[in-house]
Design a protein around this ligand. Sequence first.
Ligand code: ADP
Length: 286
Amino acid sequence: MDSKHTDKTAAPKRSHRLVPKEDRNTVGEKQVENPKMRCEEVSVFYDNGGTKAINSVSLDIGDNEVIAMIGPSGCGKSTFIRCLNRMNDTIEGCRVDGRIYLDGKNIYDRDVDVVPLRARVGMVFQKPNPFPKSIFDNVAYAPRIHGLVTNKSETEELVEKSLIRAGLWNEVKDRLTQPGTGLSGGQQQRLCIARTIAVNPEVILMDEPCSALDPIATAIIEELIEELRQEYAIAIVTHSMQQASRVSQRTAYFHLGDLIEIGPTEQIFLNPLHQLTQDYITGRFG
Ligand code: ADP
């Protein structure tokens, strides 16, 4: 594309100069008034320090908001989101520096038990991964383990409530004893969301939750995300800029491990502050 042509595709008239590509300090408002989580100078290393995947990222996750993480493949989106419930602890040779607070408590403190932490900060993965159990037991499993239910009727009530909130109840209420793996991809993903919700989380992390789904199943999940936002803080990694603009209120743009820009989603897509963000949203790389 020649430069004249690319100018035409640029965002509407701006009143500011873009921050140049070389400047890798985060631009935009990193903090919110009601942070559910606050990340301070988070860096992540793989291979026992050999690879730095995230470089001193500071960012708030607000309550009752969806924050989208976008950026080219390999920029560190998944690595970053996995820090938020210490999922990187399971990767050998991975080290996380910095501080991540959940309601003011650093989740990397020595006295934090990751099992209840991962119930409070639940995660939905790219590929739906129901347990090889019945639909009912997929949802009931974690609440039983965490001691949230003590008898059959409590369990039934919680399973029903979770499936209703995940928008799946009507489709599965007559076949709760059948295997979760027998559902369609979109239904399986909603089952995984029901499973996450069942342990009463406060934050839900979603790592490309729709990338294995067709457009109809994707639309259903996106509607669900909007509903869930009323009760939870949600962080979603997506490779789809359209999805980020549909579902999120704030967007974080990552590039080679740096958080380049963070701001209201509309601003990021219509009037970004950084040249790298502008290049990405206009499709110049990715
Ligand atoms: P994204 O989600 O934006 O595609 P990732 O977080 O998956 O990016 O990856 C960021 C960087 O960290 C990449 O260079 C990737 O190769 C590296 N990386 C991710 N996971 C691992 C791992 N388990 N071991 C070593 N390097 C990894």
